[in-house]
Design a protein around this ligand. Structure first.
Ligand SMILES: [Zn+2]
Ligand SMILES: [Zn+2]
Length: 165
């Protein structure tokens, strides 16, 4: 298969030390509620998309790996900690939210539901507010400067965070 017309995706960690590119069709997208995915993500569940049928390239840096079992490793940025990969004998999956545009990568199945936390299903019913509606935090939000890497590839790193050197 020629990759010339293949779909392309990019993404990386929060600080930008680790960046990736995926060429080709993404595989199954899922969320996993298992206790290992909860711990590895520090979250209620971990959204992952398989890239086993595509070409994955680490275009800047590479994830540090933690061997979470005899069969799998989990990759993350050693500088900022963003969870990036789940690597098993049958292929690699990447964290959906680490993609520069995760909005089109919708999960189609849940795994590990025996360990789903009891309040997860009620989150969408909670009251919702925008960031700036949080009046207690707004005093520092108005002059907040983000050091998060932008959602596109950059030629240089560290990215110019507005400082003049
Ligand atoms: Zn990072
Ligand atoms: Zn899991």
């Amino acid at each position: 298969m020629s990759l010339d017309n293949a779909p392309r995706y990019s993404g990386g960690c929060q600080c930008g030390r680790v960046r990736f590119r995926v060429e080709g069709a993404l595989g199954d997208a899922s969320v996993c509620h298992c206790r290992m995915c909860q711990k590895a993500s520090g979250n209620f569940y971990l959204p992952l998309v398989s890239v086993r049928g595509a070409r994955l390239t680490w275009t800047r840096g590479a994830p540090k790996k933690f061997r979470s079992s005899n069969h799998a490793e989990r990759g993350f940025c050693s500088d900022c900690g963003t969870p990036l990969s789940y690597e098993a004998p049958d292929g690699i999956a990447l964290s959906i939210a680490a993609f520069d545009d995760p909005s089109g990568i919708a999960p189609t199945i849940q795994w590990g539901i025996e360990e789903k936390l009891p309040y997860v299903d009620s989150v969408p019913a909670l009251p919702g507010k925008t960031t700036l509606e949080d009046e207690g935090a707004a005093s520092f939000l108005h002059d907040l400067v983000s050091y998060q890497h932008p959602d596109y590839d950059t030629d240089q790193w560290p990215f110019d965070q507005g400082k003049k050197e």
